[in-house]
Write a protein of this length. Structure first.
Length: 227
């Protein structure tokens, strides 16, 4: 099956499974979304949503965040992975935004100039806060794009380019979330059975199909390990 045909069929399936694509990270505006996305690196959305209420109660604007000591920010986000580094980035980011006028604006160069903000984070903010077409690609989307034969790029940047080429521009924002939702529900990184997956069962590349079958996990006292 040609790559474009696969993408069209996958798009129809994803639209059927996930007609609504709510933003997973709790936020009230572009700034609080930016903060939440910055915190989400190597951390689950669930954990971020558990931590941000206390953080935003103390600082929900760049001005308020800039006024906090980085150590207080670290304490407020202490349950998040890489908290010391992220606290410093949030403090620096807040000062940068204040110096630039005090607001988060829909500008790629501006967003990617902020501390702790890369292209993926900027893409999420552009799409989810401002509705501007973007296709944020993280390691999970990168993995599924390879499984499905939609990209053979070795970097997330190349995968982003490939996905943008096969999905219509007006679907990029929801496709990003739909693929994430699908991965969590049907297509895990480990112990995945291609034959039972709604997409991999027909879209998986020949390389994936030839790959070593999922190894049987050791059973201890009749109970398989989690994972």
């Amino acid at each position: 099956m040609k790559r474009q045909d696969k993408a069209d069929r996958i798009g129809e399936l994803l639209d059927g499974l996930y007609p609504e694509t709510p933003v997973p990270l709790d936020h009230t505006d572009a700034y609080t979304l930016l903060v939440a996305v910055a915190l989400s690196a190597q951390t689950t959305d669930k954990k971020v949503n558990e931590v941000t209420p206390a953080l935003f109660a103390r600082a929900s604007t760049p001005q308020e965040m800039a006024a906090l000591d980085p150590e207080e920010i670290r304490f407020l986000i202490r349950e998040i992975g890489l908290a010391p580094t992220k606290a410093k980035n949030l403090s620096t980011m807040a000062h940068q935004i204040v110096e630039a006028g005090g607001e988060v604006i829909p500008d790629w160069d501006f967003l990617e100039s902020l501390a702790g903000v890369g292209h993926k984070t900027a893409s999420v903010v552009m799409s989810q806060a401002f509705g501007i077409p973007a296709f944020a690609v993280d390691t999970h989307i990168h993995r599924l794009a390879h499984r499905w034969g939609l990209s053979n790029g070795t970097t997330v940047e190349r995968t982003e380019k490939d996905l943008k080429a096969v999905f219509p521009r007006d679907t990029w924002n929801r496709r990003h979330l739909q693929i994430i939702f699908f991965g969590r529900e049907y297509c895990p990184a480990r112990h995945h059975d291609l034959t039972t997956c709604p997409i991999c069962s027909w879209a998986a590349t020949k390389k994936m199909q030839r790959a070593k079958p999922v190894a049987k996990r050791r059973v201890r006292n009749g109970v398989p390990p989690l994972g």
